[in-house]
Design a protein. Structure first.
Length: 138
C-alpha cells in the first residue's frame, strides 16, 4: 500500500486495500517525470513508474496522474487499480466498435495494442475471478 493512513482512507481506498490483501499484491509507485503522457496531451502531468508485484510475477507500467492532482499528490492504490483493463478487449474490430474508434486508424490500433497488452499482462498476475473482483472496485 502507498503512503496512506487509516484516518484518510475512503471507502474506495479500502476496496483497493482489500483487493491487494486478498491477492497478495504489492504496488510500488515511484515518481518518474513531469511531461506529456498520452498522445495528444496538451498539458504536462506527473508520470509515475508503477509495478504490481505478486510472488515472482510483476507487471510494470507508466501511470499519468490526473491533471487536477499533478504536483499535489502521488496516485493512490485505488487510482492505479481502477485504471487497469480487467476484461478482454476482443478483436481490433470489436474494440473499435465498442469504443467508437475508426477501424482504419493507426492511432486506434496503437491504443488497442496497448489495452490488449495490458490485459494479457494482468492475466499473468490474476485469475479470471480475481480480475472480476478487480473490475468491481468502484
Amino acid at each position: 500500500m502507498t503512503k496512506q493512513t487509516k484516518s484518510n482512507l475512503s471507502e474506495f481506498d479500502i476496496q483497493a486495500m482489500n483487493f491487494l490483501a486478498v491477492t497478495g499484491t504489492i504496488i510500488e509507485i515511484k515518481y518518474f517525470d513531469y511531461n506529456y503522457h498520452f498522445e495528444g496531451d496538451k498539458d504536462k502531468r506527473d508520470i509515475y513508474n508503477v509495478a504490481l508485484k505478486r510472488g515472482n510475477r510483476e507487471y510494470a507500467f507508466k501511470f499519468g496522474q490526473s491533471l487536477a492532482n499533478t504536483h499535489k499528490k502521488e496516485p493512490s492504490d485505488y487510482d492505479i487499480l481502477t485504471c487497469l483493463t480487467t476484461y478482454d478487449p476482443g478483436t481490433f474490430d470489436e474494440f473499435c466498435w465498442n469504443y467508437g474508434y475508426n477501424d482504419d486508424s493507426i492511432k486506434a490500433l496503437k491504443v488497442y495494442n496497448n489495452v490488449a497488452d495490458e490485459f494479457k499482462s494482468l492475466c499473468t498476475l490474476y485469475t479470471d475471478a480475481e480480475l472480476s473482483m478487480l473490475g468491481e472496485i468502484l
